[in-house]
Design a protein. Structure first.
Lengths: 157, 368
């Protein structure tokens, strides 16, 4: 069973965490740092793995929807941390920015604590609003380049 | 006996120092930043990423700067860099149907769902050199409009009539290959060929694609669609038990639709060639799709009559890092090889002259 088939059956908590990880992967360093600074009584952070940079082989599908093939690799940075309160967090994102990966792991761990969950969710909303605005802008710019065809009837009868 | 010749260390060190100087150029000018290369020479960055087979715009820009703009040198540097990194895993296949489309055109349907979206294209420009770019003139913001309906795939439209082959399926039980893990072997399955083409040299694939249009392995192509945009890359995370998004990458996809008159086994229908490339590069994606289709001779019982149909020829020579390595190694010292050859040619020349000389003598004697 592939991971994508599992998605519909994902329990609510897991689905939330998955969405949170998607947002954290696209967070800027400034967003992460600001959110971290704003957290009162920050727990101690212990590195479990990394942060480290490696590769993921990106796959495509033949014809767009057929069988998979290996398209090429992408750089990925990841980290796993443990909070002094015990929660484990994972961060993983495209690129070589290990610091962002470490922060992503920290916020993944903080999401699991009752105490810090509201602050982390506020960060998620901030990132989501920015990404949505950026995506929306791009879609609208593209829409302006849509061709409106019209035909001209030539000749009489 | 092997005699090692040493020397040249000082010359090499000074040459590299000179290279660094020439790379930097006139110190009175500001140094170009990586961000500037990424933002303002984006398509060159995309080409380096695609042919290095490594998606990382900042590193590709760095490699280009280090290589003084020599694309193949930059690709080489980036390929070398990737060998220093561990492999974390394989992504879930990207879903180009869910692409955030920035450009999509079809040459087969005028009014298709989603429409013809031109995006940031060079098409329809007059290709006149623009002196206004010498000065850093203010550039107008793009026009925005309310988006239309979902950008439907062209292959899905034709598929409804059953007149076009489906998305590519590998034979039952086929294990997906990975060129970075196993040596090349021929005949090569389509999944591996696509991996090789995706990182193949744009110029080489363009020339081969062009050759099919000029009659060397004709494929009767139409651009079903070209689309450019961002897709999410997801990686299965065993620690949490589901796949998570790592972020988005920009890719270019080309669905080439090819007329096929049918064979003993198959009815007449449209067949397809597929192109998928990192970054924005429709020339490469289109070339790839034409070559992909040309190489599918075994599936359609086609005779191999042209270079673009010969998979060993195409795949073995598409990689510009391998190609440049072998061509450029010729300039490295071959002193001993050449001495041996020189000796051989001298001997052959002596024999030749001796034979010709005696021949002349013989003829003289016969005449007398």
């Amino acid at each position: 069973m592939s991971a994508t088939e599992k998605l519909e059956d994902l329990p609510e908590e897991a689905a939330k965490r998955r969405e949170a990880m998607r947002l954290l992967a696209r967070a800027s360093l400034a967003e992460l740092e600001t959110a971290w600074e704003a957290i009162a009584d920050r727990p101690e952070i212990f590195a479990v793995r990394g942060p480290e940079t490696g590769l993921v082989m990106v796959r495509g599908r033949i014809g767009g929807g057929g069988d998979a093939f290996n398209l090429g690799e992408a750089t990925v940075s990841r980290a796993t941390v443990r909070l002094s309160s015990g929660e484990i967090g994972h961060g993983q994102l495209l690129g070589t920015d290990k610091e962002r990966a470490r922060y992503a792991a920290i916020f993944d761990a903080l999401l699991q604590t009752e105490r810090h969950r509201p602050a982390v969710e506020a960060l998620h909303r901030l990132i989501a609003i920015r990404i949505d605005a950026e995506d929306r802008r791009k879609v609208e710019e593209t829409a302006a380049t849509r061709v409106d065809f019209f035909t001209m009837v030539r000749g009489d009868d | 006996m092997y005699v090692a010749v040493k020397g040249g260390e000082a010359a090499i060190a000074n040459a590299h120092r000179l290279l660094a100087d020439r790379r930097r150029g006139d110190r009175a000018l500001p140094s170009i930043t990586i961000e500037q290369v990424v933002e303002q020479l984006g398509l060159a960055v995309d080409r380096v990423m695609a042919e290095a087979s490594l998606y990382d715009r900042a590193l590709a820009a760095l490699a280009m700067r280090q290589a003084r703009g020599d694309m193949i040198e930059a690709i080489f540097i980036l390929r070398a860099y990737r060998t220093t990194l561990p492999r974390f895993g394989y992504s879930e296949p990207i879903d180009t149907a869910k692409m955030k489309v920035e450009r999509r055109v079809s040459a087969t349907y005028k009014d298709l769902p989603g429409g013809q979206l031109l995006g940031p294209t060079f098409d329809y420009t007059h290709r006149l050199l623009d002196p206004s770019l010498i000065a850093d003139e203010t550039v107008a913001e793009p026009v925005v409009k309310e988006p239309g309906e979902h950008v439907m795939r062209v292959s899905d439209i034709l598929d409804g009539e059953g007149l076009i082959e489906g998305d590519g399926r590998m034979p039952e039980g086929h294990v997906m290959g990975d060129l970075t893990r196993e040596p090349m072997e021929f005949p090569m399955a389509r999944d591996l060929r696509l991996q090789a083409l995706a990182r193949g040299d744009e110029g080489f694939l363009l020339a081969l694609a062009y050759s099919t249009q000029r009659g060397y392995g004709r494929t009767h192509p139409f651009v079903g669609e070209v689309r450019i945009g961002e897709v999410e890359v997801e990686l299965d995370l065993p620690e949490v038990g589901f796949a998570v998004s790592l972020g988005v990458i920009r890719v270019t996809e080309c669905q080439m639709v090819n007329q096929f008159k049918g064979s003993a086994k198959q009815p007449p229908q449209f067949t397809r060639g597929y192109g998928l490339v990192f970054g924005q590069s429709e020339r490469k994606a289109m070339s790839m799709s034409l070559v992909d289709r040309a190489l599918r001779t075994d599936e359609f019982s086609e005779d191999i009559v042209a270079p673009a149909q010969d998979q060993e020829f195409v795949i073995s020579h598409a990689d510009n890092v391998q190609a440049t390595g072998f061509v450029e190694h010729l300039k490295l010292p071959h002193y001993v090889d050449f001495q041996a050859e020189l000796d051989l040619v001298r001997r052959m020349r002596r024999d030749y002259e001796a034979a010709n000389g005696s021949g002349e003598e013989g003829m003289k004697e016969a005449a007398e």
